[in-house]
Design a protein around this ligand. Structure first.
Ligand code: PEP
Ligand code: MN
Length: 338
């Protein structure tokens, strides 16, 4: 249920309405726009048959939210959300944000070296996994806290924001201590305990689409995070499983446009996991920017042959640099910057 306040509604009227609704068991999420304040009420809506919110002073209109996702919907918030990622980086505005770095954090020096290069080439967020969700328990699992330390050291040396995956709800405080953005990976998109836990932090969260998740399921997962009070959420399309086996996944470009219609949250595209082949990453990235994504996440490694994970889909720094040059032209063509 969305309540739109009159432009002249006072703070007292807002407070009174919220207090009354909370007594009825509803949770209020307030969104202050330039012209109007909108309140999203989540909870047992049948109580409103007895106490209709229309009668409260300051209320202009009460609208039921028809979509199953409420706080993430465009009905709740008309304007695109702009999220502050730290280090002066904001996503959701005119500038398309590029996150780049290795799949896994493999060591201090290699991370600092690639961080310097990608930053110089235009990336503003450094990616790197310390907790890796590997299909096989015998594959490299990540460096854990040691890797997180390298990530924050590299960020300090280079001056760049950081993103890293969190897999376990018990690690939220640990990962939040070292990284600017918490990444919830595809395999954990419906780990509801983890979603609630990251929702209770104030850290920006990037929620990747599950391997076989529908857009609705993905948005419902984002709803879990917002419903805990954390509105700094961006979505990430990283390809879905289809009958096609030539590529690792099938990058769903439709999802960019669909998310833009349904939600105010920024949408990032990961062309590396979306294709699984470095030679396809550039084309997929260009398509994503043309389709209107707010950010890209690209795996870059200085020596893909020796990479401990995902070498086959990692770009060499020179190729990443070429990609950045190409993306500038695409971004300009769709009235964006990169
Ligand atoms: C990753 O970004 O390193 C990763 C494991 O991605 P995904 O969760 O999309 O597979
Ligand atoms: Mn990877």
């Amino acid at each position: 249920m969305i309540v739109i306040l009159r432009p002249d509604a006072t703070e007292e009227q807002l407070k009174h309405l919220v207090e009354k609704a909370e007594k009825l068991g509803l949770k209020a999420h307030i969104s202050r726009g330039v012209e109007r304040t909108i309140i999203g009420f989540i909870g047992p809506e049948d109580v409103l048959r007895v106490t209709p919110l229309e009668v409260f002073p300051g209320v202009e209109r009460v609208m039921p939210v028809l979509s199953p996702f409420k706080l993430v919907s465009r009905e709740f918030k008309k304007d695109d959300s702009v999220i502050d990622l730290g280090h002066g980086v904001k996503i959701g505005g005119k500038k398309v944000i590029v996150m780049a770095g290795p799949c896994s954090i493999e060591g201090h020096d290699s991370l600092v070296s690639v961080a310097k290069k990608v930053k110089q080439m235009g990336a503003t967020v450094l990616r790197g996994g310390a907790f890796k969700p590997r299909t096989s328990p015998y594959d490299f699992q990540g460096l854990g806290e040691e890797g997180l330390k390298y990530l924050s050291e590299a960020a300090q040396k280079v001056g760049i924001a950081t993103i890293t995956e969190i897999m376990d709800p018990r690690d939220v405080a640990l990962v939040a201590k070292y990284a600017d953005i918490l990444q919830v990976g595809a395999r954990n998109m419906q780990n509801f305990t983890l979603l609630k836990e990251v929702g209770m932090t104030k850290k920006p969260v990037m929620l990747k689409r599950g391997i076989s998740a529908t857009i609705k399921e993905w948005l419902m997962s984002a709803e879990y995070i917002l419903s805990e009070g954390n509105f700094s959420v961006m979505l990430c399309e990283r390809g879905i499983r289809t009958f096609e086996t030539y590529t690792r996944n099938t990058l769903d470009i439709n999802a960019v446009a669909v998310v833009k219609q349904l939600s105010h949250l920024p949408i990032v595209v990961d062309p590396s996991h979306g294709t699984g082949k470095w030679g396809l990453v550039s084309a997929a990235s260009r398509a994503a920017v043309a389709a209107g994504c707010d950010g890209l996440m690209v795996e870059v490694h200085e020596n893909p042959e020796e990479a401990l994970s995902d070498g086959a889909q990692s770009l060499l720094p020179d190729n990443f640099n070429n990609l950045m040059q190409d993306l500038k032209k695409i971004a300009a063509a769709v009235s964006r910057e990169i």
